[in-house]
Design a binder for this molecule. Structure first.
Ligand code: GLN
Length: 487
């Protein structure tokens, strides 16, 4: 029962070559065993096989089971799943069982997909290594002494290790693309507004987007077709028409203008990543693409802008976890609180981990009267200019090609004591979120330690099709990364 890609498994289920129930059983077993070794999941879905049986039933009756029939998926534990615990990687929500599903999940499931489990993540999606999860780190399946990346580390690792056929992650500043690069899978962050945020636990609402993490570019296109599109439950979701991504998917190079961002070429990147970028550029050129240099000077400011905007929005979004309306309440049996302030501070103090607290403090500071103009407002202004510079850059190219991360997967523990160093691993990914642009990570071989390398393709607003088509060309050049231990 070997399916390298979700697309092939779905075709087999629809053609009755294999039952969805058998597949769900197999993947659930893998998730239970290997998943526990690497820490890829926070909860497994014990109703997965029942759901798969319903799909088989539809097929037996001759009804259309949907484009994702029998697809076994991992869902980042930041998306609400009706009746299935959703923790956001936090003690604060350790016992939260949502009474409804996120629109993304509802759409996937009504297209025939089966949720195998909820994948591990940094608490409230704040982190770049999955070490900030209250449920323990997720290890990189290629080398268990290294991080899987973050915050969607569990999703990336589960796909790489073939514990699910594909997964959903969220990306606020790189959390789909960075772990995808570290684990050798494809990860797509759509244009802001493409995908409904309804039912996704909010981190920074003006930046958050959900997207697919898959073995192949085709699988990402397939999932995007299902999850994209306007949703009455999210007023920021866009009415833009959703293209037939799969039908129009073709490795595209001829006549294409590929931009190289001057600011991303100034060094400080692992040699293997630079080499992959050079190879990609040469191959794309030999296949008829024109390579042009573009400049977005304010990308140099992306990390500081991001860590002001994201923390400010987070401090506001997370104020709801007060132990009364939302979130766990401290145990007051032995020592009751003296007043409401103590009630809050003990509940929040126990519920949140150190990185979340750091960000709430940073964000509260940046929003506070007296500092608002100097920090939050200024960051919003520069963000707008960064957006405008990107829009201008996309006047002279169709896509921008660059690195996803400065390094390949680092060792567990290497950056944990140095938040600034950790934040710098987002140096190439945060700009796209700030500008609302789509970006994807595509596997581009391995470094000399056998760790996956990823390359990033960015495109103009709502130009996912072009981005996917360039992704498909890169996939042709580098091949898929395979799976650790499976080859
Ligand atoms: N690593 C970034 C952060 O810690 C991005 C997180 C994300 O995209 N969710 O904020």
């Amino acid at each position: 029962m070997e399916f390298a890609e979700l697309s092939t498994a779905v075709t087999a289920v629809r053609a009755k070559k294999i039952s969805a129930a058998e597949l769900a059983q197999e993947y659930l077993a893998r998730a239970r065993e290997r998943g526990a070794e690497i820490g890829a999941f926070i909860s497994l879905n014990d109703k997965a096989v029942d759901k798969a049986r319903q799909i088989d039933h539809l097929i037996a009756k001759g009804q259309d089971p949907g484009p994702l029939a029998g697809a076994c998926l991992g869902i980042k534990d930041l998306l609400c799943t009706d009746g299935l615990r959703t923790t956001a990687g936090s003690r604060m929500l350790e016992k939260f069982v949502p009474p409804y599903s996120a629109t993304v999940v509802a759409r996937l499931e009504s297209a025939g997909a089966v949720t195998i489990g909820k994948t591990n993540l940094d608490e409230f999606a704040m982190g770049s290594s999955n070490e900030q999860s209250a449920f323990g780190p997720c290890r990189n399946p290629w080398d268990s002494t290294r991080v899987a990346g973050g915050s969607s580390g569990g999703s990336a690792a589960a796909v790489a290790a073939e514990l699910v056929m594909a997964a959903i992650g969220t990306d606020t500043g790189g959390s789909i693309r960075q772990p995808a690069a570290f684990c050798g899978v494809v990860g797509v962050k759509p244009t802001y507004g493409r995908v409904s945020r309804y039912g996704i636990i909010a981190f920074a609402s003006s930046l958050d987007q959900a997207g697919p993490m898959t073995k192949s570019v085709r699988d990402s296109a397939l999932l995007l077709e299902v999850i994209c599109g306007q949703d009455a439950l999210d007023t920021t979701s866009s009415a833009q028409n959703v293209p037939r991504f799969v039908q129009q998917l073709k490795p595209q190079t001829r006549g294409l203008k590929v931009g190289l961002l001057k600011e991303y070429l100034s060094g400080g990147v692992d040699a293997a990543i630079t080499k992959a970028l050079e190879r990609a550029t040469a191959e794309l050129r030999s296949r008829g693409a024109e390579i042009v240099e573009v400049s977005v000077p304010l990308t140099a400011m992306a990390v500081p802008i991001y860590y002001l905007v994201a923390t400010s929005e987070a401090s506001s979004n997370l104020s709801r976890y007060d132990g009364v309306r939302y979130g766990s309440r401290a145990d007051f049996a032995e020592k009751p609180p003296e007043d409401l302030a103590e009630f809050y501070s003990r509940s929040r103090g126990q519920g949140f981990g150190p990185e979340v607290k750091r960000r709430i403090m940073l964000g509260t500071y940046a929003l506070s009267s007296g500092y608002y103009d100097a920090y939050f407002r200024k960051a919003c202004q520069v963000r707008r200019l960064l957006h405008d510079q990107f829009v201008a850059a996309f006047q002279s190219c169709d896509v921008i090609l660059g690195p996803v991360t400065p390094t390949t997967a680092f060792k567990i523990g290497a950056n944990i004591k140095d938040p600034l160093q950790m934040y710098l691993s987002d140096i190439f990914t945060t700009a796209t979120n700030l500008a609302g642009l789509p970006g994807m990570s595509v596997p581009a071989g391995f470094d000399d330690q056998g760790l996956p390398v990823g390359l990033q393709v960015m495109a103009g607003h709502f130009q996912e099709q072009t981005m996917l088509n360039v992704g498909a060309a890169l996939e042709e050049i580098f091949g898929q990364s395979g799976s650790p231990g499976r080859g």
